[in-house]
Design a protein around this ligand. Structure first.
Ligand code: PBG
Length: 330
């Protein structure tokens, strides 16, 4: 029995039945806002990310107030290190009075209910822009880098961060960080592992924002971030990070990698996040600026699609706008 008995359009005819059968509903609870913080008092725009600015800790607190007001659950912090503070060995990454650590303390003091997530990786702090320490040939050393990441994660934990998010893709770092957190009494500090992080060209605008692009130059991250051509390898990475004690896993980038999000969610059934990265944001913003795409409709469609693919939450530079639109729609 088929047409005319079966007419899928019947259910699409009216708003009430479209709403009743809607499978995925995006809400503010699904969003995490990534924020760039710097030492300067003034706001500085990121040219390749229209609408995104680097701000001082004071200004960051105003952003945090907006996030709380909109009921966005968490903020992800990305510090911008001054060139003179960068070094081959990235010591600036684990100073208790460092920019990131001060920002965490200020946020948790003023807005204890807002989840604070910090990036654990050395690239904002290295003079060469790589996520780790180099040997003489320029290869990123794994175990030496993990030791540094442990120091960085502990300094974030001492500052009171809720979630550390290692985004470096070194082997074994989740286990080492988890062990150090436990040994130091930080048993509640969650780990969001950038488990399937690809060597993506879509990170370009982010590297402009944190100032690692010029340091990195023509360098690439192919020896530690994953090949965009691979999918099974992502499952293996997720499996390892979970076994080592990750509480949540991340797939990054977002929209071009929804097959990975779906497979990770179906295979492991754990809290799974996706990062709609800077290049995805830049791409959409460029089209909006030209009047080629509708900003509100396309942004909400992209975010809904990421959730539909299996993401429990999305890191997105659109978080504040999206939460506002969703509130208006209610
Ligand atoms: C650093 C880091 C990167 C991003 C988040 N953390 C860049 C990179 O790996 O080169 C990218 C985020 C974005 O593009 O929005 N480890």
């Amino acid at each position: 029995m088929s047409y005319p008995y079966v007419r899928p359009r019947r259910m699409r005819r009216d708003d009430f039945s479209r709403r009743l059968m809607r499978e995925t509903v995006l809400g503010a609870d699904d969003l995490i806002y990534p924020a760039f913080v710097h030492e300067l008092q003034r706001r500085v725009a990121v040219p390749s990310m229209p609408g995104v600015e680097r701000v001082s800790i004071d200004e960051l607190l105003k952003t945090a107030e907006t996030l709380c007001e909109l009921r966005i659950p968490a903020i992800a912090l990305f510090p911008v290190t001054a060139p003179e503070a960068k070094s081959l060995t990235a010591e600036a990454a684990w100073q208790d009075d460092g920019l990131c650590q001060r920002a965490v303390r200020a946020l948790k003091e003023r807005f204890p209910e807002l989840g604070v997530i910090t990036d654990v990786a050395l690239d904002p702090y290295t003079s060469h822009g790589q996520d780790g320490l180099l040997d003489d040939s320029g290869y990123v050393l794994n175990d030496e880098t993990v030791d540094a990441l442990v120091k960085q994660a502990l300094s974030h934990a001492r500052a009171g961060v809720d979630v550390v998010a290692p985004s470096d893709m070194m082997d074994g770092r989740i286990g080492e960080i988890r062990g150090a957190l436990e040994a130091n009494g930080f048993i509640h500090t969650r780990i969001l592992a950038y488990a399937a992080k690809y060597a993506s060209a879509f990170y370009g605008p982010f590297r402009d924002a944190v100032g690692s692009a010029s340091a990195l130059g023509k360098g690439n991250k192919f020896t530690y971030q994953m090949d965009p051509a691979n999918a099974d390898e992502a499952l293996r990475e997720v499996e390892l990070d979970l076994a080592e004690g990750a509480d949540m896993v991340m797939v990054k980038p977002g929209l071009p990698y929804l097959d990975i999000v779906r497979r990770v969610k179906d295979t492991f059934g754990v809290p799974t996040f996706a990062y709609q990265v800077s290049g995805e944001y830049a791409m959409l913003k460029a089209a909006y600026a030209n009047g080629w795409l509708d900003e509100r409709a396309c942004t909400l469609e992209a975010l809904t699609s990421i959730k539909r693919a299996g993401a429990d939450g999305i890191l997105t530079y659109f978080a504040i706008d999206a939460a506002r639109w969703l509130r208006e729609d209610r």
